[in-house]
Design a protein around this ligand. Sequence first.
Ligand SMILES: Cc1ncc(COP(=O)(O)O)c(C=O)c1O
Length: 471
Amino acid sequence: MPSLSRRACTKSKGQPNLLHTAWYRHHQNPYHPQQNPDGIINLGTAENRLLFDLIQEKLADIKLDQMHEDYTHYCKLSGTDAFRQKLSAFFNRFMHPQEKIVEQDVYVMNGCGTVIETIGRSICNEGDGVLIPAPYYTGFKSDLEQRIAVKTIPVHLDCQGKQAFQITLQKLEEALEGAEDSGIPVKALLLSNPNNPLGTVYTEEELEMMAEFCYNNDLHLVCDEIYLLSVYDQNASFKSLLSIKNFHKYRDHIHVVWGFSKDFSLSGFRVGVAITKNEELQHDLGSQGYYTSVSTVTQYILEEMITDSQWLDKLVQINHQRLQQNRNLVAKKLSQTNIPFVYPKSGLFVWINLSKCMEDQSLQNETELFEQLMNNGLYLVPGQAFETKENGWFRMIISNEYQTVELALKRLLKTVRNFSSDFVQSIVRKSITFEEIGHRRGSTETVVALETSIRKLRNKKQKEMSQFLIE
Ligand SMILES: Cc1ncc(COP(=O)(O)O)c(C=O)c1O
């Protein structure tokens, strides 16, 4: 058989990806309330399944036969003029930019994954590095590493304490220094705001701090705002990077990404957008359109959606209501059962800490819990997929039917309870072994000391677990 290229061989020889395997397993046996109630509930893939009624209503309204003949021929590969104009108006309305966004700032591509890869290709050479506050969205790694060989450099955020999940200048500087010490030239900082997987938003001060850091170190700042319209909690004060006070100073460094996959629940349409005022980057993004363009029919449909402001307002409002309702359900259940989590105000997910029910907080233990959840019909993504500093965190999607989320919570608690009791039993089993060892050695002192410490450990763990899973 003729061989494939080195590129293809390197990619195909990697370890089977945990998430691809999980997704495939779910796909073989997907949950359906009537047809397959014991199937696997997918709360792993970040999709919004709350808006199909509204999308369907709008699709029924759109008349494809009204589409101009030009749309059936080659169009500008960065997006049709009309779509780019309408997108500019849409961003001016929802991002409140310091400088008005115009058509030439907007580049339409087939999904945000493609946008990130394409921007990465324009700003980095092979082997260059991009800093990303971690935990971070899994896809960033493949977007940057798989085809353009750019290195992702996690800026590890603390998972506990006063500064839990907070970005600081010190952390950025340390990560930059570390990369440079290892000979990796850093070209950019990449963020998602609202944050996937945390469901939080950066403050304006944090955004200004990161923009200043990039400005001082001659880095690009790429901000993925794909969850722009999914900030459902009124207490969240989301700011687009394009709207920060000192935008003018940083304008050539800043590039924003947005797409239809989440806020419009249209991940199947494959449409993402790059927004930049940097003319050199505009030129390069424009030249890559042949490989990244979107079908004109899709652009036409989306154009119709974003210009119907009445329908759009309804979509945004109902999306917020439904996300908030599901967030409240999940937050209440997790609080009642003393499972720690980051209280989300945006996005499609909640970031949960299940480490208390794990024996040793090891990566292996996290994978075992992930497998147990799958066996009990629930797919959640474990923290290892997000480059999390500590093991035991899981991301749970909340943008699914209310009843499905309710059932998923039952499956989660059942799994955690069984996993914990296995864990307590394993401590008991281990302690018996210690006792036996002690007896065999014949030293009464050793036996007494061991027994005391084992009893303490066992009581401590049992107390922790009982606090953890009170219902
Ligand atoms: C932060 C973030 N960016 C990009 C994507 C991928 O977007 P798209 O479907 O437009 O490629 C996702 C999907 O989960 C995401 O969470």
